[in-house]
Ligand binder design. Structure first.
Ligand SMILES: [Zn+2]
Ligand SMILES: [Zn+2]
Length: 123
């Protein structure tokens, strides 16, 4: 699997919440639909990237799902924290977080994400 943002290889990491992928280049994180639970704890384990790199790549938001062919990912924005967003695939529900984003967002549970975040299609 290749990183949807920088095209570097993704490596699998086993966490207590399931297997996630981390980019060997930009250290972005890919969580599939089955990965759920305490994101704060997981962020401490796996979100080791440089937030400065992450913030730069955060602006790259027209990306395709690394799993589903030709599926454009949607930008998910928290209306309460508009500086934070991440990308989600409407097809497989995978999510991509730039380095540092998961740590930033980990105050929230996943259920809260999908209640409060709204997808913004950017065509
Ligand atoms: Zn990358
Ligand atoms: Zn997908």
């Amino acid at each position: 699997m290749k990183c949807p943002k920088c095209s570097a290889a993704m490596e699998s990491l086993r966490t207590s919440h399931g297997v996630i992928q981390r980019c060997t280049g930009c250290q972005g994180l890919w969580l599939d639909m089955l990965v759920n639970g305490d994101l704060k704890q997981m962020a401490g384990d796996v979100d080791s990237g440089d937030p400065v790199t992450g913030a730069k790549l955060n602006k790259v938001d027209r990306i395709y799902c690394p799993v589903c062919p030709n599926s454009k990912m949607l930008r998910m924005v928290d209306p309460l924290q508009p500086h934070i967003w991440f990308e989600s695939c409407a097809n497989c529900y995978g999510r991509f977080f730039d380095a540092g984003e998961l740590t930033d967002l980990s105050e929230r549970t996943l259920e809260e994400f999908f209640r409060k975040f709204k997808a913004t299609a950017r065509n």
